[in-house]
Design a binder for this molecule. Structure first.
Ligand code: HEC
Length: 237
């Protein structure tokens, strides 16, 4: 698993579960390295080796996370409050188990039902704007001015256009996405729903809910859709 280092600062925006959140916590620029070291020492004293994750209570983990995030008008601490889906996924993963299949199905169905498709029936915007959105990890960070328009930071987890050599691989490559899948109504709607709320297809997927969580607006999602699906997009050359 690899997130490009310079994109790590943007990682908080994309925390889809407490696990991802935990991975991001150490890279936030709020507390200093010395603060973090003190916190780790204190935790180690309270939970001596051999370290057993099950001994650390949820309350202790939440407390450590709250202490290491800095509240700001563009990144409120309420982002640490989990949705029922995130809580279920965290609970399953800390016990090293998959979600109960019935619960998983219910959560995915609810996520799919939450998807809002474009009112005008047009799914594709401008791939050039889409590329800029895919590149940008700005917005919703504690250091961003309030009102900054957020990007999608797709490259943090996906290869998209091959010309960009800096990308992470938490998600699958999206190179040739439209070229290999075509633009059938089914594919177009699937891709829209994936971007709107990825949990509709994989309850515990680590992909942010771009539409559902209000990270990207409808016009921005159309532009990102064009980047993936427009035959003229460099992704499909
Ligand atoms: C934090 C990491 C992360 C970010 C950021 C991210 N994704 Fe994903 N994405 C994933 C993961 C992980 C999957 C696979 C999900 C699964 O396992 O079901 C995925 C899957 C997808 C898929 C489905 C691929 C397929 O083969 O069906 C699409 C489309 C997609 N992402 C588009 C995007 C776009 C567009 C953006 C930016 C707006 C984006 N992703 C940002 C992690 C991410």
């Amino acid at each position: 698993m690899n997130i490009k280092p310079f994109r790590l600062a943007h990682c908080l925006l994309f925390a889809a579960s407490a696990l991802v959140l935990g991975a991001c916590a150490t890279t936030q620029t709020g507390p200093t390295a010395a603060d973090n070291a003190r916190e780790v020492e204190a935790l180690a004293r309270r939970h001596p080796a051999p370290y057993d994750a099950k001994q650390v209570s949820d309350a202790a983990v939440l407390q450590a996370m709250r202490a290491s995030f800095k509240d700001s008008p563009s990144a409120r601490l309420d982002r640490l409050d989990q949705t029922p889906l995130q809580a279920a996924c965290t609970e399953a993963s800390r016990h090293g188990k998959a979600l109960d299949p019935k619960v998983r199905e219910q959560l995915q169905a609810a996520a799919l039902a939450s998807v809002k498709y474009p009112a005008d029936g047009k799914y594709l915007g401008d791939w050039k704007r889409g590329e800029a959105i895919a590149q940008s990890g700005r917005g919703l960070q504690y250091s961003d001015p309030v009102g900054t328009i957020a990007g999608g930071n797709c490259y943090a987890c996906h290869q998209v256009d091959k010309k960009e050599i800096s990308f992470g691989n938490i998600g699958p490559t999206l190179w040739h996405y439209g070229k290999t899948r075509g633009q059938s109504e089914e594919i177009v709607k699937y891709t829209w729903a994936r971007i709107w709320n990825s949990h509709a297809f994989n309850a515990c997927a680590n992909m942010p809910r771009f539409g559902d969580a209000g990270i990207l607006n409808e016009a921005q999602i159309k532009d990102v859709m064009a980047l993936l699906l427009d035959p003229a997009s460099p992704v499909n050359q």
